[in-house]
Design a protein around this ligand. Structure first.
Ligand code: SAM
Length: 463
C-alpha cells in the first residue's frame, strides 16, 4: 500500500475548481449512509485496516461509481483511469491529477488524501490508512470528529462561531450552515492549508476563515455565540505523541486552558460544545473539575453527555506506541500505568461537554450516559439541553402552546420521588427524579394525576 506525502497549497481558484467534488459525491451517494450501506460497516469512522479485503470484495462486485470512490478516497487503493473518469468526469479527473490530489502510477490512479463526508460537508485529510504519518499529520475524521459534528445543536441560527483545534476545518464548514461568520484556529500549518482548501471546496470561504494560533490566541478581543472543539486530549507520558492527540501527561493541559479562558470569549447565552476523552480521577468528578476551571460554575450550565467509560489498561494498550521488543513494550506500558496511578487516573471516559453561559443564574450541572451512537443516529441531544436550560432558569414559565418534544413517562412514588423514562430508543436510560423535580414535571403538564400525566407524556423537563 504505497502512499506519498502530499503538500496541499490553497489557491484562489479552489472554489471555482473544486466545488464540483462535493456535488458529484452527493449525486453518487458517497455520504455517511451510502458508505455504511456499500461496505456494510456500522459507521464511516469505523472502517478498519484488517477488514479492507472484505470492503474491496464488495466494492469490486458492486462496480458502481460510489463503490469505486470508496476504494479511491477511503481504502487507499488504485483504480483504472476509466473508472475514475466514470465517477468524476474526464476533465475533473485531469484537474485533480494536476492538483496532485490524485496520482497516476503503475497504470492506476491513486488518491493522495482521504475524502470524508460529514453531515453535508466534504473534507480532505491526510490518509488514515497510510504507512507514513508525519508529525504534522492532518487528522482524518475519527469517531470524535463525527460525534462532535452530530451532537452539536444546529437548529437555530447563530451569530459568530469559533472552532478551536480545527484540523481539516470540518466543524467550521458545518458551523457555516447556521452561523453568520465562522473562524477556525489551529497550530498545524499543514492542517491550516488543508482547511482553507476544504472551506473553498464547500463554498463557505466567504463567511468562514482559518487562522493560525494556539487556542484563542488569534481571536483576542472577539466574542462568540457557539464554540466547538475537538482538542488533543490523550493522557500520556509519551512526549513524542502527535500534536493532534496528546493533551500532556494529564490529558487536560489544553482542555483546562480552553475552559478557563472560555468566559473571555463566550457571549451570554452562548454554548461551548466539546468532545473529550477525559481522565476519571479518584479525587474529583469531571463535572466538578469543569466547574472549578470556570471559577466555580456560577452563571454556567455544564452538561456532560457520556458515551462510554473504559479501563485504563484497555486505553493504554490501544493508544501507546507498539514496541517491537516485548520487554521494551512491557516497560512502556508500565511507564503509562505508573503515570496514571501517580495522577489518580482510575478510568477513561468519552463524552461531549456542553457549557452554556447564563449570566445572573445560579448555575447547574448535569450528567447523562447514553449508548455509543451507531449508524450516525444520535440521541435527541438538543431537546435534552433545551429542557435542562428551561428547568434551571428561575425566570422560565411555559409559554402558551408549549409542548414537550421528547416524550417520556414519569412515575411517581408515594414518597414524592419519581423516575422518568424516555420513549426514544436512543435515550433509554431511566432518570431518577427528586420530589421537587417530580412535582415540577406534574406542574408543567398542568396536571396532578400521575396516571393522566403518564398517558400525556412529559418532555425532558429534568435530566
Ligand atoms: C483531534 S484533532 C481534531 C481535528 C478536527 N477538529 C476534527 O474534529 O476532526 C486536534 C487538532 O488540534 C490541533 N492542535 C493541537 N494543539 C493545538 C493548540 N494548542 N491550539 C490549536 N490547535 C491545536 C491539532 O493540530 C489538530 O488539528
Amino acid at each position: 500500500m504505497k502512499s506519498r506525502v502530499v503538500f496541499m497549497r490553497p489557491s484562489p481558484k479552489d472554489r471555482q475548481e473544486l466545488s464540483f467534488l462535493p456535488e458529484r459525491m452527493k449525486a453518487i451517494g458517497y455520504d455517511e449512509e451510502g458508505i455504511r450501506e456499500a461496505v456494510k460497516v456500522t459507521d464511516v469512522c469505523l472502517l478498519s485496516w484488517p477488514e479492507i479485503p472484505g470492503y474491496l470484495w464488495r466494492c469490486q462486485k458492486a462496480d458502481t461509481p460510489r463503490h469505486d470512490m470508496i476504494v479511491l478516497w477511503l481504502l487507499n487503493l488504485g483504480l483504472k483511469r476509466e473508472k475514475v473518469e466514470r465517477a468524476l468526469g474526464v476533465e475533473e479527473t485531469a484537474l485533480l491529477l494536476r492538483r496532485k490530489l490524485l496520482e497516476e502510477r503503475e497504470g492506476e490512479i491513486f488518491a493522495q488524501v482521504d475524502l470524508y463526508p460529514c453531515e453535508g460537508a466534504y473534507v480532505f485529510t491526510d490518509r488514515l490508512m497510510s504507512p507514513i504519518r508525519l508529525p504534522s499529520h492532518v487528522y482524518e475524521l475519527g469517531k470524535d470528529s463525527y460525534l462532535l459534528a452530530r451532537v452539536t445543536p444546529r437548529s437555530h441560527q447563530v451569530g459568530r462561531v469559533l472552532d478551536l483545534c480545527t484540523g481539516s476545518g470540518v466543524h467550521v464548514i458545518n458551523g457555516a450552515r447556521h452561523g453568520q461568520h465562522v473562524i477556525g484556529t489551529d497550530i498545524n500549518k499543514r492542517a491550516i492549508d488543508f482547511a482553507r482548501i476544504n472551506l473553498a471546496m464547500n463554498q463557505v470561504d466567504d463567511r468562514a476563515e482559518i487562522r493560525e494560533g494556539s487556542l484563542y490566541d488569534s481571536v483576542a478581543g472577539d466574542n462568540f455565540d457557539l464554540i466547538t472543539a475537538n482538542p488533543p486530549f490523550h493522557p500520556t507520558p509519551d512526549e513524542k505523541m502527535q500534536i493532534y492527540r496528546t493533551g500532556g501527561e494529564s490529558g487536560e493541559t489544553l482542555t483546562e486552558q480552553l475552559v478557563t479562558n472560555l468566559p473571555k470569549f463566550l457571549n451570554n447565552g452562548g454554548l461551548l460544545s466539546m468532545i473529550v476523552v477525559y481522565p476519571i480521577l479518584r479525587h474529583e468528578t469531571y463535572l466538578a473539575r469543569l466547574q472549578r476551571w470556570l471559577g466555580g460554575g456560577k452563571g454556567y450550565g455544564v452538561a456532560l453527555l457520556n458515551f462510554t467509560e473504559m479501563t485504563r489498561e484497555f486505553f493504554i494498550q490501544t493508544n501507546m506506541e507498539v514496541k517491537g521488543d516485548w520487554k521494551e513494550h512491557v516497560e512502556e506500558f508500565d511507564r503509562w500505568m505508573n503515570s496514571y496511578e501517580r495522577q489518580g487516573i482510575d478510568k477513561i471516559g468519552v463524552g461531549n461537554v456542553f457549557i452554556y453561559r447564563l449570566d445572573g443564574q445560579p448555575g447547574w450541572s448535569a450528567y447523562h450516559p447514553i449508548p455509543w451512537p451507531n449508524r450516525g443516529r444520535v440521541a435527541p441531544v438538543e431537546p435534552w439541553l433545551e429542557g435542562l436550560r428551561r428547568f434551571h432558569d428561575p425566570a422560565w414559565k411555559p409559554e402558551a402552546g408549549w409542548k414537550p418534544q421528547l416524550t417520556c413517562e414519569v412515575w411517581a412514588r408515594s414518597d414524592g420521588a419519581g423516575q422518568a423514562r424516555w420513549s426514544d430508543p436512543d435515550w433509554p436510560t431511566p432518570v431518577d427524579l427528586t420530589p421537587a423535580e417530580t412535582a415540577a414535571a406534574r406542574d408543567l403538564a398542568g396536571c396532578q394525576d400521575v396516571e393522566v400525566l403518564r398517558s400525556l407524556g412529559i418532555k425532558n423537563v429534568i435530566s
